[in-house]
Every structure is written in structure tokens, then in C-alpha cells.
Design a protein around this ligand. Sequence first.
Ligand code: NDP
Length: 242
Amino acid sequence: MKCALVTGGSRGIGRAICIKLGSLGYHVLINFRSNSAEADQTLSLIHNNKGTGELLPFDVSNKKDISETLGLWTEAHKEDHIEVLVNNAGIKDDVLIMWMKDEQWENVIRTNLDSFFYVTRLVINDMLMKRYGRIVNIVSLSGLKGLPGQTNYSAAKGGVIAATKALAQEVGRRGITVNAVAPGFIKTDMTENISEKEMKSIIPVNRFGTVDEVAHLVAFLASPESGYITGEVISINGGLYT
Ligand code: NDP
């Protein structure tokens, strides 16, 4: 089986990516942390499109959980190959630095940045052996520009952007591409408290983006035909920041 692992696939952008990759023939491994009802819904939507998938819950901020759960899956599926890895799971916890607690810094760094390392390191061995792989990291405008109140989140996403560029150079010869997608404002649970009505005037396209628009870009980068694009950070932000 050709598999695609999407972290944070239960909701939002991750769900749309799962559905898109499922419709392209990948068996989708839907990772999530705790929201199994939403993850079940993602799987049903994949099935509705005649795709296949399975749930693979683990906490991307916990390296032990990653190595146990994903490690077990890999051991038990020696004939199956994760060809596409989308590091999408993420959280934000915004506060000005003077009021930021240790846990707020650590949780955001662990979930958004450390997860890239621990998940990718496990998955990439098989890609190296097969001499083929597509890795897409979901970062953020915040990691490119920096946003006030998000020193933790900007640092984490900026770290993933730098790691994307470094890893692309490590593994390019082995047929593996590594790219990042940097969304602006996309309509999901993460942005539910941000008013589109108030913000849209500063966005040239005059609206928030949709999860399907992000999934379309991820599917493009994940396709075999995109093999000459690597180490790139592609913004999808309606022209808000270039
Ligand atoms: P949502 O809050 O809608 O969904 C987050 C997803 O990540 C859920 O599936 C959640 O699982 C999962 N998740 C969170 N923490 C963990 C964890 N520790 N282990 C495993 N899974 C976890 O987020 P979005 O869809 O909006 O965001 C997706 C990605 O896009 C994130 O990396 C985010 O930073 C980035 N992004 C989003 C933007 C936006 O405007 N929405 C803008 C720029 C970047 P569960 O359901 O179990 O909680």
C-alpha cells in the first residue's frame, strides 16, 4: 500500500488534506491527539470519496508516544510504505512575552517544532530505502514575518522553515522532496475567534482562505510530478504578505 501520514488530520486543514490525498489513491493514516469523533468523521469522508484510511492517534508533542505508536505501525506494516508525510498538527497559545509562562513556550515548541523532528526521523528511513518521498510541512505566515503575541509560535514555525531547507539538501539525491506551506488566515477552529469581517480589508483577496485551497497546494507538492521543487516555502495567504 502507498500510504500518506497526515498529523492533525481530525479537523481543519489536516482533514481537507486527508480527503484530498485519499481521493488521489493514498491509504491515509489519520493522526490526531484526542478528538476521535472528528477523526472518525474524516475517515467517513475519505470513504465517501471511495478512498481508504485508518486512524493513528498519538500525541505529536510526546516523543515516547510517537516512537511507540508510529514505531509499532511501521514494524507491523513492513510491506506498506509511507510515501507522503504531511507535518500539519499544530497549536498556538498567544500571549505577550512578558506574560508567557514556561508551559506556553514549551507546549507550542514541542507541538509545532519538536514534532517535525521526531515524526520525520521515524518516517524518513523507509523513504531513503525506497528512494522516494514527499514531505510537506505546514508552517505559517507567523514563521516568516513574526507576529506580536506569537514569539513561541513564530519561533516554532520559523524553526520548521529552516529545518525544511536543511533537510531538503540532505535527502534530495534520494528522490525525497521537502517543502513547507505557509498559510495566512484560513477558516478553521484555530481562527474561529478572529473576525474575518474586521480583518479582510487588509487581505488583498479580501477574504480568509479555505482548507480546500490549502489541501490543493499540499497535493500539488505531494505529487510525483513535483520532484524538482524542494526546499521551498510556498505562501498561501491571499496576498497578505510576500
Ligand atoms: P485546528 O485547530 O483546526 O486543528 C488542529 C489539528 O491538530 C487537530 O487535528 C488536532 O487534533 C491536531 N493536534 C493538535 N495538537 C496535537 C498533538 N499534540 N498531537 C496530535 N495532533 C494534534 O488547526 P488548523 O487546521 O487551523 O491548523 C493546521 C496547521 O496549520 C497547524 O500547524 C497550524 O499552525 C497551521 N496554520 C493554520 C492557520 C489557520 O489560519 N488556520 C494559519 C497558519 C498556519 P485533535 O482534533 O485531536 O485536537
